[in-house]
Design a protein around this ligand. Structure first.
Ligand code: N15
Length: 239
């Protein structure tokens, strides 16, 4: 039996941050003294933006994940006006702030983050979950400085999609049928971008205009495709 949580089970502490739909607070579970982060979402705002369904899906995905480099979702509860998410507390806070402070990371530190994120992505992709939004703003740091993927706002469970396309499977090219690797390439591309940003302090395709970033990114992607066809290293194709 899973425990039903209530606000009275927690002592609420200082605010840790605020997002689009709610605020995050430090909290302590009274019985166990376990420190957590509680995210408070307003039902009215969720309804207004029509993201209730998306939230349900996120909760469903994230509550089943167990990995040191993925922020745990311990549970949730709600009252008349709000939904509360019980999240792992990341003691060293937000990675993007650390990057701003340091300007860029040394090679050893960058390598540790990238290796950890690679392990987290292998785990996610093995569970048919694609994150699709890997960036510094979605990463937190644990007590030992370990990186944690925190936000699953854009993630998808590919298993559902594969199930729904079962009828037409015969007509799809192999790389589409094997859609784990196929779509998972999105996250691997992002990991490469992140690696550059960790080492240089700015993302590789940054430009004043969106259209220029797009042009520069597309050009790099064309190079990747060309490289893949020349070498046969195409098992991690991108979209
Ligand atoms: C729908 C649901 C399953 C999504 C769950 N994930 C999120 O809601 C994403 N999310 C995570 N949104 C906020 C957070 C979040 C969790 C933000 C900040 C923290 C957090 N855990 N710990 C922190 C935290 N620790 C800090 C230490 C120092 C300074 C700031 C800190 N923020």
């Amino acid at each position: 039996m899973e425990k039903r949580w209530a606000l009275s089970d927690f002592e609420i502490g200082k605010p840790l941050g605020r997002g689009k739909f709610g605020h995050v607070f430090l909290a302590r579970e009274k019985k166990s003294n376990h420190v957590v982060a509680i995210k408070v979402l307003f039902k009215s705002q969720l309804k207004q933006s029509q993201v209730e369904h998306q939230l349900r899906r996120e909760v469903e995905i994230q509550s089943h994940l167990r990995h040191t480099n993925i922020l745990r979702l311990y549970g949730y509860f709600y009252d008349q006006t709000r939904v509360y998410l019980i999240l792992e507390h990341a003691a060293k806070g937000e990675l993007y702030k650390e990057l701003q402070k340091c300007k860029y990371f040394g090679e050893k530190r960058a390598a540790m983050y990238i290796a950890s994120l690679a392990r987290a992505l292998i785990y996610l992709h093995g569970k048919h979950v694609i994150h699709r939004d890997i960036k510094p703003e979605n990463l937190l740091l644990g007590a030992q400085g370990e990186v944690k993927i925190a936000d699953f706002g854009w993630s998808v469970h590919t298993f559902n999609r594969r199930k729904t396309m079962c009828g037409t499977l015969d007509y799809l090219p192999p790389e589409m049928v094997e859609s784990v690797e196929h779509d998972a390439g999105v996250d691997i591309w992002s990991l490469g971008v992140l690696c550059y940003e960790f080492l240089y302090g700015v993302p590789p395709f940054e430009a004043k205009e969106h259209s220029d970033t797009y042009r520069r990114s597309s050009y790099s992607f064309q190079l990747l495709l060309k490289f893949q066809t020349q070498t046969g290293w195409s098992n991690l194709s991108y979209q």
